[in-house]
Write a protein that binds this ligand. Sequence first.
Ligand code: ADP
Length: 632
Amino acid sequence: MTPPFAVLDRIALLAILTDPQGRVVYVNAAAKALGAVGEGDRFSPISQPEAMRIVKSIGTSTDRFTTAVEVETRPRLIEWTPSCLPDGTLLYTGQDVTQDRRAYAMMKELARLAADTSDAKMRFLATMSHEMRTPLNGILGMAGLLLDTHLDSPQRTYAEAVRESGMALLALINDILDYSKIEAGWLELEEQSFDPTALFQSVTELLSPRAANKGIEIASYIAPDVPRRLRGDEGRLRQVLLNLAGNGVKFTEKGGVSLELRLAPGGTPEKPHLHFEVRDTGVGISAADIDKIFKEFGQVDDSRLRNHEGTGLGLTIAQRIVSAMGSKIKVQSTPGAGSIFHFTTALPAAQPPSANIPLAAKVSLPVVVATDNDFLRRMLSLQLEAVGVETVLLAATAQEAHAHLKQMPTAALLCDLPIAADDGARLAKTSPLAIVLLSPLARGRLEAFKRAGFSGYLIKPIRQTSLLERLSGASLSDPGLPPPPRLDAREVSRLAPAVRKLRVLLAEDNQINSVLATAILKRAGHHVDVASNGKEAVEMFALAPYDIVLMDMRMPEMDGLEATRALRQGGHGEVPIIALTANAMSMDREACLQAGMNDFLSKPFDPGDLLAMLERWTASPSPQAQEVTSNR
Ligand code: ADP
């Protein structure tokens, strides 16, 4: 068969026909125009065995070969596709790919440059963050030590201002670092099983002292059909909720802030759609400002708010995280009345909703809720509904509560502090189960309320589970006095002298930070020796072993990682080594653990955290077996 030469002459592709030995028998018009080869020339962009292979594969080969051809001294890249015709001749069709290849190479180069720039930016930020944290550790730590001495009132005010400004600066550094990590595409969501109720409780409980200081409420509600356990990135969700609810507390002067979680339409039992909502009854945001607040450093320019602390990065970060979860934070707000920040995301259920407690098994009592706080009335009625209470009667005043109890004498009474303080004794007498609602600060008044006839108490923020316990049969017994507030490990170690005096080796090159850590450790009764770099630390350890080593990471001569490796290789496998470092990235933490350290405390650290860390790693007979934690 003769190739259709007339057609080949009209196409834009190059076409060359050779005999099996590679001698050109035909060149089409496009190939002639390029002037690459002429008839009678030898043309074999591929080796003879390759050509023979293609000859054998008659027409089925999809191989492509690229050759460089010089055209008017300009090199061109031609991509040839050989195929074998039935008479054994080879037809090469060719395409000029010079532009494509150049564009591709350029794109690759640009991508490499962008990645380099982004890496360089991150390295710069990590270094800057380290450089800023080191002096901040000194500022915060020394201010803390100063505040523990005898100061007169103005001196105390000044020292507190130093510490608070330092804390604000630290929050800013953390936000900028987190924001930059996210911008550089370092946001990777984890997936683990978590309990949404515990998450909501931890956020409300963390913010509750701030809310109590402002005289506002904070509460959470989880709809009864939300699965008990979900799968997702609990840490990042907490960050988003803390930011939204933290803003709520910041911008609310009366009423309160709520965190609410419900199922949204569209999901399946295995992968429900979850609607997260953070509401407040605060200043609100005008429609014009709503666009602004999700932008970097976007803050509403309002003279009423001028003095609030904050970086203007929180919402930007929260929005990025939620967008990585495939959703978007939306806002509804009425200036003067409050705001609702909400988003819906699909998270796999780690336990089906059928594992939830069936409503029928819950509470059968009617309940009267007495509080003058509109926000709290709404939240309590939601929470009561969630634990299965069918009849909820709301009262904004003592008179209304009396009227409800008269009408329904078997009803339990949930009475908020102001009404309880006003008319509690009379109200408590008319209900078989009178419960007073107290803020943590008002615990001390419980005895008086018990004498006035209240049979139980609930501490705010109220947990749905506690509500259920108090209102179900079990709660009818006297709950007695609430236990004293539990101190966390930090407070315990701050207050109590160290149980065991430890020999501590501190490797730290920064003099101020070394004075600070030494002062904290000595005050707790420990013995401290200081090495000013890793090499010295290794030498000192060889002379006299220590109970624990606190190791800075960046030090001259020998850094902390190398010193740790040297100690571990030198046969000191047992001694706990704790990194004490201003490097705040998770990869730094990984590097420390890999080098053989046991734990990580990032600077600036709280003195209590340092002492708790010491206790944690020296109390147990087998420190290595403990779970690793970090303060960041
Ligand atoms: P920051 O709170 O640190 O300033 P954010 O990014 O979290 O930064 O918030 C940006 C701005 O949005 C705030 O400064 C405030 O003007 C406004 N804003 C955020 N949340 C609320 C809220 N719940 N009520 C009123 N204004 C808010």
